[in-house]
Design a protein around this ligand. Structure first.
Ligand code: FMN
Length: 286
């Protein structure tokens, strides 16, 4: 029995193979416009926490990569934003809704490019009770509450943990700018791999939602597969942990740079001159 969504997603990713279209290929560009800013890579930091987020943001900024960060207080958020990096703050589904409104306001007032909520962390893995995360009570948000958060934000809002056409359509109806397809390190057991869902979701929502894929993106080659199948951006979490612990901002910068290089290598070898030109038909399934 394998209920581990991380392993299931890895197996799926490894089953995707890429054909070469080297004749006539050119050196590609990996620029992307996201939430009104131009970045040099579609590989962003995942919503991490309990790590030096200032160094993570500094490293991403050096490469001109987008940043997302996870739970933490408003002081930490201000410090991350003071780096000048373009940041999406992912807010927990706190039971105390004032905690949510205060973070939304802090993010907006201090120049965050977007906010979001990791709705997937509101309930436990093995029962349907609301979670407690690092001593803080969470609550499964209602659709009305989510709508209120989206409207209060007045900057782009993302739902993290959306993993179906159903959720994508709901997010669109709520006025979200996009979704982060994520099972949050297996919080959802037996989850359909986020990358597997991409084509169906993209077909349904077209360009109306920005699609970010998270979970098990370990290289720029993985990032390429996700983008080919419909992602606008990918985000990386666990692979950044050791580089940040060992080398701080330089560690984050080096890893994002290496992965962006691998992504560009694959774009070049498949004849894509830019991200929009990546052709899904280069992907084969084993
Ligand atoms: C140490 C650590 C802390 C995390 N904290 C948060 C968080 O506060 N909010 C959130 O939405 N996700 C959080 N995540 C989940 C990541 O954003 C991401 O969904 C997950 O790690 C899967 O991506 P990966 O396979 O690239 O690590 C955390 C992950 C790790 C490893």
């Amino acid at each position: 029995m394998n209920e581990d969504s991380i392993k299931i997603a890895r197996k799926y990713m490894d089953s995707l193979l890429v054909e070469s279209r080297i004749i006539g290929a050119v050196h590609p560009a990996s620029k992307i416009t996201f939430c009104g800013y131009e970045f040099d890579t579609p590989i962003m930091t995942a919503a991490l926490s309990h790590i030096d987020l200032v160094s993570m943001a500094e490293g991403a900024k050096k490469l001109n990569a987008p940043v997302s960060i996870g739970m933490g207080d408003n002081d930490e958020l201000k410090k991350v934003l003071a780096t000048g990096a373009h940041v999406m703050k992912i807010i927990k589904p706190y039971k105390d809704r004032d905690e949510i409104f205060s973070r939304i306001e802090c993010a907006r007032e201090n120049g965050a490019m977007a906010v979001g909520m990791d709705v997937e962390h509101s309930v436990n893995v093995d029962d349907d009770e609301d979670s407690i995360v690092v001593g803080k009570e969470m609550k499964l948000p209602t659709v009305e509450e989510l709508r209120e958060y989206v409207e209060t934000a007045k900057i782009p809002f993302f739902i993290k943990g959306a993993l179906s056409v159903h959720d994508a359509v709901k997010a669109l109806e709520l006025g979200c700018k996009g979704i982060i397809l994520s099972h949050h390190n297996g919080l959802m057991r037996c989850a359909v791999p986020p990358v597997m869902l991409l084509p169906e979701i993209r077909d349904e929502v077209g360009d109306d939602l920005t699609l970010i894929v998270d979970g098990g993106i370990e290289s720029g080659f993985d990032a390429f597969k996700a983008i080919a199948l419909g992602a606008d951006l990918v985000s990386i979490g666990k692979p950044l942990m050791d580089p940040i612990k060992e080398e701080g901002a330089e560690g984050a910068y080096s890893l994002l740079k290496k992965m962006t290089g691998q992504l560009r290598a694959m774009m070049c070898r498949t004849g894509a001159k830019d991200l929009e030109s990546i052709d899904p038909s280069v992907i084969w399934m084993e």
